[in-house]
Design a protein around this ligand. Structure first.
Ligand code: ARG
Length: 304
């Protein structure tokens, strides 16, 4: 608004002359004054939208964008998680979690995350979930929550075809490659001693297996599924596998930050649902060729 006051002089009353013949000039001017006042009010009272009630906005989940759960995974662990030629993260774990998320009605996004630091990222909230062929252990349960187990696994030894290694204890005096901080690392640390310089720790399991092929280590101890997959896909490496009853059975779970009971319940329900309706078996068949054995640990059966 300008500061100037609008007066009746501002209105051209000539179009109204004919009416004015019926109305007294005075009454016409009174009416015009009222009209002008009304126009002024309308112009000044610039209608603002009512301020959003903050409480109402916060409690309106229908309009809020759906939360996307960020899932950390060390995608160098085929067939559980790896990157295809397009750079997409694919694998058994990815299909399982995607199917669970669908059942649970939640959105997930997979983010390649180095194994070292993957649980820190979870604890700090940089990742909402970790699916990375993570073995449920008592120690880990101290700092994170796990869903029900979704896969049975066990450690398996990879050696060169001509190796004399026949059992785990045979590794005692040898150079052994492991992925840092895995259950394979734990098992070998127990046998050789944690600080034994014969333990060669790698940031990924494929790197350890490449070193075996190059002759830098005599053996690699890692999850059976990954070792079997690698050996099958690298015939040029001339590897063989050695299993041992000494290795304790392991089970994979999806890891969550401690204390999110609601999300945990949703995931467990989703997992139960995909097991009940055959989705899980289908995914299993896609990656391992056969439906999982019902009673026994399917993965350990595969390693024989
Ligand atoms: N199952 C083993 C563990 O939990 C190894 C998992 C490694 N996973 C991976 N994506 N690199 O320690």
């Amino acid at each position: 608004m300008t500061g100037r006051t609008i007066t009746l002089r501002d209105f051209d009353i000539s179009p109204f002359r004919p009416i004015m013949t019926q109305l007294s000039t005075r009454r016409f001017l009174q009416g015009a004054a009222l009209l002008a006042a009304g126009l002024l009010l309308a112009a000044c009272g610039k209608k603002e939208p009512p301020p959003p009630a903050p409480a109402a906005a916060a409690s309106a989940p229908a309009s809020a964008p759906a939360k996307v759960y960020v899932v950390g995974t060390d995608a160098a662990y085929a067939p559980f998680e790896s990157q295809n030629e397009k750079g997409e993260i694919v694998g058994f774990d990815i299909d399982v979690v995607s199917a669970i998320a669908k059942k649970a009605g939640i959105e997930v996004k997979f983010v390649n995350t180095p194994w070292e630091g993957i649980f820190n990222a979870l604890g700090q909230g940089d990742r909402d979930l970790v699916v990375s062929a993570v073995t449920i252990t008592e120690e880990r349960k101290g700092t994170m929550d796990f869903t029900a187990p979704y896969f049975d696994a066990v450690q398996l030894i990879a050696v060169k075809e001509n190796s004399k290694v026949a059992k785990f204890a045979d590794l005692k005096k040898l150079k052994v490659g492991v992925q840092t901080g895995t259950t394979g690392d734990e098992a070998v640390s127990k046998l050789l001693g944690k600080t034994n310089t014969n333990i060669k720790r790698f940031e990924s399991t494929p790197l350890a297996l490449k070193e075996l092929e190059a002759g830098g280590v005599d053996a690699v101890v890692a999850d059976n599924g990954v070792v079997i997959h690698y050996v099958a896909n690298n015939p040029g490496g001339k590897f063989k596998t050695v299993s041992d009853k000494e290795f304790v059975p392991e089970q994979y779970g999806i890891a969550l930050k401690k204390g999110n009971a609601e999300l945990l319940a949703k995931l467990d329900k989703g997992l139960a649902d995909i097991k009940a309706d055959g989705t899980y078996d289908e995914i299993y068949k896609k990656y391992f060729g056969a439906a999982p054995a019902k009673a026994a640990a399917p993965a350990s059966a595969a390693s024989k």
